[in-house]
Design a protein around this ligand. Structure first.
Ligand SMILES: Nc1nc2c(c(=O)[nH]1)N[C@H]1C(S)=C(S)[C@@H](COP(=O)(O)OP(=O)(O)OC[C@H]3O[C@@H](n4cnc5c(=O)[nH]c(N)nc54)[C@H](O)[C@@H]3O)O[C@H]1N2
Ligand SMILES: Nc1nc2c(c(=O)[nH]1)N[C@H]1C(S)=C(S)[C@@H](COP(=O)(O)OP(=O)(O)OC[C@H]3O[C@@H](n4cnc5c(=O)[nH]c(N)nc54)[C@H](O)[C@@H]3O)O[C@H]1N2
Ligand code: SF4
Ligand SMILES: [Mo]
Length: 761
């Protein structure tokens, strides 16, 4: 990893000067500085990183002085951090805070193992040997299939080979399918759009719908909002469909403050109008799609007036948006992710929205829905001709093996779901957990998960901070953060500011890990060695593994890391002409395939395989007299999931944004509309208790009264309270039960709730 000077630095004589910054200026205070925080000196050295704060890899340039990184900024023209050729690279507030994380004294920097009920520090050799022994005993006692691999945000795919092929467990819980956007993930895949469907070909677009997306907050100042701003400058229309008046809504031509969870109705009505007005792409529908008749039937009665009643939007506005969208197509696109991804009816809602793409024929056409192409990475095991044993073969997941789970229709589609894990532990079907960069206590019912963690025989975590998961584990491995690792970006590498170019980005460690922290890759390869699988693991380092991933690419890891990113070959539009769609019919599917597990799931739930309106409350919570509010947890520009709340710089910025920096409190804020606040006598700064049918929240939360949310909709940032590394504030999932989408297993985060002053009645 290290050069002669002890640091894996990439020397750069010239700092690329800031490029065209017009769009950057419009992005306001969300950008990194152009110049180092302190005056540059002659001995300064520069290194690159790939931001892993939200894992979307924006290029980072670090100024290193006397072995310490003193400044962090963006990399010009980077696919993720800039607006493309000739533009400045920047970082959002979280990205800038990675510098604080690099030296954060609160990080876990030593391995720990549990002895006589207490966690105690251990040396690496001891911790690895102990874990290997425990894993072997676990396999003997329970069978390897009872261990759940919950790895998120690993920098390689090595963990999948380790747990499935070597250790032999079929149980793996993943982000996209289970806690991030399960509904759209499932619909997108089955309809032929793939799971990679969240970003529009912005620069060429004339009409952009941010459908339950808060682009200017979730990727503040980065490639995506820059692309949207460029489109707006070129005259594009931006429509935002969101119950909150977000920073994205502030930039929009139309903000549609939709009644939560009614997106499916709005989409059907838009389809109705587009067909009625004869604005759909007949040639595309005829040649490239399957199930159009079923779709036509599904929308036949779904007028804008019908949808207006349900969504709370004006019928005329629905008609206008539908017509303008279709008339702008194919240069019209929909960006959709968590807003239509995290509720109990989200699979159907997403299916209804995605159908609009097939209808107007915007798929993989300029300005529309882009089918992004990632680099042609290789699997290092194939490159080295390693014959892996495939030890999980023939062991179906427990969800399909045991009748206890017959009530879960999603067992045919996505398999294991986040909300079903605690029950599987109770039934003795899961008894161990390997948790890497993931905290299930913040993703869904905290109480159920805490119990599950206590019941399990073996809990191994790879983490950077103390929280109720790490404190309750049997083994805690301290992981090096991305700036301390050699990293090749292979996570969802496609979409970027370059709409027609593949690209690849990489960086070398800026310096040694803090304390005794180590890269996750090395933890697993050492475990493999200790468990007698050394012959399958010939790589000395993550960089070597990365080199094998690049076997089909003309650049070496070193060469890419030297430049931070390289652009690869171009790819054209209308790739379906040549390749078809990745479905059984080879066509875009309005109606989901009858041959796959979906049909079984649909039959059990008595729903259609075609688009259909499923009203809120069919499966999830519905507000009532006792719990009249709809509570939803949000992300803010300052934190990545539940990961980075301990960083003081971010806590301060977050408090300041709410004008509450004068308070001692550094927890999250419960945002509520003045109407709801007045009814309850609540003012900004009051401490509140949130209650749902699952009970009262773990901790009080501070009120923030604002028009920014619509009446009836109350929100709080997740990642605070019990179970998190920032304990002050409320853990939003402490009021979660086990609500989920029964089709996709996605956790439902819209909860019927009531709010009152803490300590009051
Ligand atoms: N309540 C609620 N939960 C959600 C969501 C939501 O909207 N609301 N969104 C969901 C979505 S979209 C996603 S993608 C997931 C993501 O959620 P997860 O995959 O669970 O990721 P994080 O919450 O970032 O992971 C938190 C854990 O990572 C640890 N950590 C922080 N830094 C590091 C590091 O550098 N290395 C390692 N090894 N560990 C580190 C933290 O201490 C913490 O224990 O969250 C989901 N969970
Ligand atoms: N700052 C920050 N950035 C992040 C992350 C982070 O944690 N922090 N996480 C990253 C990850 S993993 C993800 S998945 C992306 C997510 O990226 P986005 O999907 O852009 O992010 P969100 O902020 O979750 O936006 C969801 C929006 O949906 C709205 N919404 C809620 N309910 C409904 C509904 O029923 N219908 C509609 N139409 N809208 C609704 C919410 O009000 C919210 O504004 O962000 C990524 N970027
Ligand atoms: S959007 Fe922000 S946090 Fe995410 S990778 Fe880019 S700079 Fe980092
Ligand atoms: Mo996500």
């Amino acid at each position: 990893m290290s050069d002669a000077d002890g640091f894996g630095l990439t020397r750069r004589n010239v700092l690329r000067t800031a490029g065209a910054a017009t769009v950057a200026a419009a992005l306001g205070g969300c950008l990194s500085s152009d110049s180092p925080a302190t005056d540059p000196t002659e001995n300064d050295e520069f290194a690159y990183g790939n931001c892993w704060m939200c894992h979307h890899a924006c290029g980072q340039q670090l100024t290193v002085r006397d072995g310490t990184a003193v400044d962090i900024t963006g990399v010009d023209e980077h696919p993720r951090g800039s607006a493309g050729p000739g533009t400045q690279g920047t970082l959002c507030p979280k990205g800038q805070a990675e510098l604080e994380k690099l030296y954060d004294p609160d990080r876990i920097t030593q391995p720990y193992i549990r002895e006589d009920g207490e966690l105690r520090e251990a040396e690496w050799d001891e911790a690895i040997a102990y874990t290997a022994e425990r894993l072997e005993a676990f396999a003997d006692d329970h069978g390897p299939e009872k261990l759940l691999d919950a790895t998120s945000w690993s920098t390689t795919n090595f963990h999948e080979h380790f747990w499935r092929d070597l250790y032999g467990t079929p149980e793996r819980i993943g982000r996209g399918r289970h806690v991030c956007f399960g509904g759209p993930h499932l619909s997108g895949n089955l309809m032929g759009l793939g799971a990679n469907m969240r970003f529009v070909d912005y620069q060429n677009s004339e009409y952009i719908i941010a459908w339950g997306r808060n682009i200017f907050e979730s990727f503040a100042g980065q490639w995506e909002p820059k692309g949207v701003l460029e489109a707006i400058e070129n005259g594009a229309t931006l429509v935002v469909i969101d119950p909150q008046h977000t920073p994205t809504a502030q930039k929009a031509d139309h903000w549609l403050p939709i009644e939560p969870r009614t997106d499916g109705a709005l989409a059907l009505a838009m389809g109705h109008v587009i067909i009625e007005e004869g604005l759909y792409d007949e040639a595309f529908v005829e040649e490239q799609t399957h199930g159009f008749e079923a779709y036509r039937e599904a929308v036949a009665e779904k007028t804008p007036e019908w949808a207006a009643e349900i969504t709370g939007l004006e019928a005329d506005l629905i008609r206008e948006i539908a017509i303008d969208f279709a008339e702008s197509a194919p240069a019209a696109g929909i960006a959709l992710w968590t807003g239509v991804g995290q509720y109990a009816e989200s699979q159907k809602a997403a299916q209804n929205v995605f159908a609009l793409n097939g209808l107007v024929g915007n798929i993989d056409r300029p300005g529309g829905f882009r089918m992004w192409q990632g680099p042609p990475f290789s699997d290092p095991f194939d490159v080295r001709d390693i014959d892996l044993p495939n030890n999980a073969e023939g062991t179906p997941p427990a969800l399909r093996r045991y009748e206890e789970y017959e009530e879960y229709p999603f067992r045919h589609t996505t398999g294991i779901g986040h909300t079903v894990v605690p029950e599987m532990v109770e039934n003795g079907h899961l008894m161990g957990l390997y948790c890497h960069y993931d905290n299930p206590l913040t993703d869904g019912s905290t109480e159920a998960w805490l119990e599950a963690i206590e019941t399990m025989d073996l809990v191994i975590t790879v983490d950077a901070y103390w929280n109720e998961l790490t404190r309750n584990a049997d083994v805690v491995f301290p992981e090096a953060i991305q700036l301390e690792k050699d990293t090749l970006i292979d996570y969802a590498p496609a979409w970027s500011a370059y709409h027609d170019r593949r690209w690849v980005s990489a960086s070398k460690a800026v310096h040694e890990p803090l304390g005794n922290a180590r890269p996750g890759f090395e933890i697993l390869t050492d475990l493999a060695e200790a468990m007698g699988w050394g012959e399958y693991v010939p790589w000395e380092s993550e960089a070597e593994y990365n080199e094998d991933m690049l076997a089909n690419i003309d650049y070496s890891f070193e060469e890419i890391a030297e430049e931070n990113f390289v652009l690869l070959e171009e790819f054209g539009y209308e790739q379906w002409e040549e390749n078809g769609f990745p479905t059984a019919t080879g066509q875009f599917q309005f109606d989901l395939d009858e041959e796959d597990g979906y049909a079984q799931t649909a039959e059990e739930l008595e729903i259609d395989t075609a688009p259909e309106w499923i009203p809120p409350g069919t499966w999830g919570d519905e507000p009532d007299e006792e719990y009249p509010l709809q509570f939803y947890d949000t992300r803010s520009v300052f934190f990545s999931f539940g990961a980075d709340q301990p960083l003081e710089q971010l806590q301060e910025q977050y408090a300041r944004k709410h004008g509450l920096e004068g308070e001692e409190y550094r927890g999250n804020y419960l945002v509520m509309n003045p109407r709801d606040a007045d009814e309850r006598g609540i003012e900004t700064g009051d401490m509140l208790t949130v209650e749902t049918q699952a009970g009262e929240a773990d901790e009080p939360v501070m009120a923030y009264v604002s028009e920014r949310t619509r009446p009836g909709f109350v929100t709080a940032e997740f990642g605070f309270g019990t179970g998190n590394s920032q304990e002050e504030g409320m853990n939003t999932m402490s009021v979660h039960d086990t609500q989920h989408d029964p089709v996709s297993s996605q956790v439902d985060r819209h909860l019927a709730a009531e709010v009152r002053t803490a300590g009051g009645e």
